[in-house]
Structures are given as structure tokens and as C-alpha cells.
Design a protein around this ligand. Structure first.
Ligand SMILES: [Mg+2]
Length: 181
């Protein structure tokens, strides 16, 4: 099946964090706190997905307070941190939102994402994902983790659903998008 056909059915987009929404690098401070950076283009992409009526979620193995703050700001509906078994959480999310796997898109970068990637309707990998993971994905972004890959993935879905031009109009009517992303 073509990616466009797969993308048409998507109602929810779930993302990995480290190596997907970030470049995977951790700056470890002397007190053990870890700093990472996020891309504003991905942030706007998530905002666009919400404007289009799509649901969003995050499933990540690590736990970080800044991520909680960012997820709240972006109004990400499902935030699951410290998850070793991503598949179990994925199934819970399906149940809660009454979705089937074909209606969910997932984007990730490493082995921990593989089981979910194999299950979803649209599986995406960042450009610098683990080569083994890429083999199981329908879509490989031109952009690396933390560098706009999530944005490209979301745009693919919005364009397939013919929502792209409407969404651009909606963004124009928002007063300050930069403050929202
Ligand atoms: Mg990762």
C-alpha cells in the first residue's frame, strides 16, 4: 500500500523522544540532570496536527521534567515517560481512544520502537534511525532526529488527508504561533 493511502487513515500520531524529537544527545550536568534540545519546527508540526483534528502522543523510555513542560505547552494528549514496554502502553492508548492500529502513525529511531512500528498503520523513521529499524518502516524522513523529521512526518499525513491548505489558513489566524511551539 502506498504511504498516501496509509496516511489517509491516520487519526493519531505517536512519537518517540530521544533520537526522534531530539538528536539523541544528552548533556549530563554534574548533578545528574540531563539536558536535550527540541526543534521548533516539530513543535509547530504538532500544533498543525491538532488544528487538523489529529490526536498526538509520546511514549518514551526516559523521564524528564522539561519534556513534561514541553508536552503540556504543545497540548500533547498522551504523555508516557519511563516506559520499557512501549507496546503495552500503545495498546492501552488504542483502547482509551477507541482506535485500531491502522489509524495510528508512529515515528521512532531505535530498537525500543520496533514492536510498535511493526504494528501501526504508518511507521516512520528519522533519517539517522538505526538501519535495522528503518527496514520495518514505511516512511524514512529526509531529516534527522531533532532536526524536523517529525514535522515532515506530520505534513505527509496532513497532505494525504487534503488538510494542508486549510491548516495553513488556520495558522495565519493565530496571533503568535512562535509562543505556541
Ligand atoms: Mg529513541
Amino acid at each position: 500500500m502506498e504511504n498516501r493511502e496509509r496516511a489517509k487513515k491516520i487519526k493519531m500520531i505517536i512519537m518517540d523522544v530521544d533520537g526522534t524529537l531530539t538528536d539523541g544527545k544528552l548533556f549530563v550536568l554534574p548533578d545528574g540532570e540531563e539536558l536535550k534540545s527540541y526543534h521548533v519546527r516539530d513543535g509547530l508540526g504538532i500544533l498543525l496536527a491538532h488544528l487538523a483534528g489529529l490526536k498526538t502522543g509520546i511514549i518514551t523510555g526516559k523521564t524528564s521534567k522539561p519534556l513534561e513542560i514541553r508536552a503540556q505547552k504543545l497540548k500533547i494528549m498522551e504523555l508516557h515517560q519511563g516506559i520499557l514496554d512501549k507496546m503495552r502502553v500503545f495498546e492501552k492508548i488504542l483502547d482509551k481512544h477507541a482506535l485500531v492500529p491502522e489509524e495510528v502513525a508512529f515515528i521512532g529511531d531505535d530498537l525500543g520502537d520496533l514492536e510498535v512500528l511493526k504494528s501501526v498503520g504508518l511507521a516512520g523513521a528519522v533519517a539517522d534511525a538505526h538501519p535495522f529499524v528503518k527496514k520495518y518502516c514505511h516512511f524514512i524522513s529526509d531529516y534527522p532526529g531533532g532536526g524536523g523529521a517529525v514535522r515532515e512526518f506530520i505534513e505527509l499525513i496532513l497532505k494525504a488527508q487534503d488538510k494542508w491548505s486549510v491548516i495553513q489558513e488556520k495558522v495565519k489566524s493565530l496571533t503568535d504561533v512562535s509562543d505556541l511551539t
